[in-house]
Design a protein around this ligand. Structure first.
Ligand code: ADP
Ligand code: MG
Length: 282
């Protein structure tokens, strides 16, 4: 590319579900790692004040001096908030508890819902337009880990995203809250981001020994049809252990069923992206 040629934009996927504990963060970390493992260049954006994605990728609190809070308030350029991880081609913009106050901070700002979108647009901008030192890279995927609520932070993620990826836990109340989530996506589409789509629904924590899990899979497929990925993420103790070592499960135990499932999910997502591009070009 010529020095000032427009650079390719990343595909921006937001992991959203206002329910907590459904696998958003786990999927952000491990899907991000799997995409990086198969050659993509990935940025995870931690938009949850809890900072679990940052912790799970081994970023300790002391190294979070610059965070997504500073990006949303406009204090810094995105590039200056980005840290490398132990996984090659996988970077993270970490979060801190400050982020929980950002909604008040941005109240009354006309562009408050577009803070993240605009920061991402500047991310792959031509050299010279932003600080491109250590991180002179173009991301092919940006994965946004949303907080468990439909607040201004999540709205920023939806306004910035090309598509939403919805993790649903295989448990009794899986579909509860889904229509509220879909309604919010619809509202964002009709106001802030007309091109927003649902990329897919990923079923998580599937337990083969539990009949309920299979029933949930059936119900969700009935309700969401083709949108549900073929890959189902099993409940796997290795997946839940890995964050306490500050590692994605693919680094912790590549052979376990959880790692293998996330690798399959990554290929499925890339395949879906190809189909989308082919349809768009036709
Ligand atoms: P969310 O970000 O939606 O709140 P998390 O990704 O933090 O959800 O997951 C909630 C809890 O479930 C975490 O303790 C995580 O380790 C655990 N968990 C997530 N996915 C799996 C899985 N496939 N197998 C076992 N435990 C999992
Ligand atoms: Mg989370």
């Amino acid at each position: 590319l010529a020095p000032n040629a427009p650079r390719p934009m990343p595909r921006v996927l937001a992991l959203a579900n206002q329910k907590g504990g459904v696998g958003k963060t786990t999927t952000a970390i491990n899907l991000g790692t799997a995409l990086a493992a198969i050659g993509e260049t990935v940025l995870i954006v931690d938009l949850d004040p809890q900072g679990n994605a940052s912790t799970g990728l081994g970023i300790d609190r002391r190294s979070r001096r610059v965070s997504t809070y500073d990006v949303l308030t406009g204090e810094v350029e995105f590039r200056d908030a980005i840290l490398e991880t132990a996984v090659p081609r996988l970077h993270i913009a970490p979060s801190t508890m400050d982020l929980s106050g950002v909604e008040l901070e941005l109240a009354g700002q006309r562009d408050r819902a577009y803070r993240l979108r605009d920061a991402i647009r500047r991310l792959n901008a031509p050299s010279g337009m932003s600080i491109r030192q250590r991180n002179d890279i173009d991301y092919t995927y940006v994965l946004i880990d949303c907080p468990p609520s439909l607040n201004l932070i999540t709205v920023n993620a939806m306004a910035a995203a090309n598509a939403i990826l919805v993790p649903l836990q295989c448990e009794f109340f899986a579909l509860e809250g889904l229509s509220q989530l879909l309604k919010t996506v619809e509202q964002v589409r009709s106001t802030l981001n007309p091109d927003l789509t649902i990329h897919g629904v990923v079923l998580t924590m599937f337990d083969a020994r539990n009949n309920l899990s299979s029933q949930v899979v059936e119900d969700v497929r009935q309700f969401m049809g083709e949108k549900v990925y073929e890959t189902i993420i099993p409940r796997n103790v290795r997946v839940s252990e890995a964050p306490s070592y500050g590692k994605p499960v693919l680094l912790y135990d590549l052979k376990c069923v959880g790692s293998q499932a996330y690798l399959r999910l990554a290929s499925e997502i890339i395949q879906r992206e190809r189909t989308l591009r082919a349809t768009a070009a036709a």
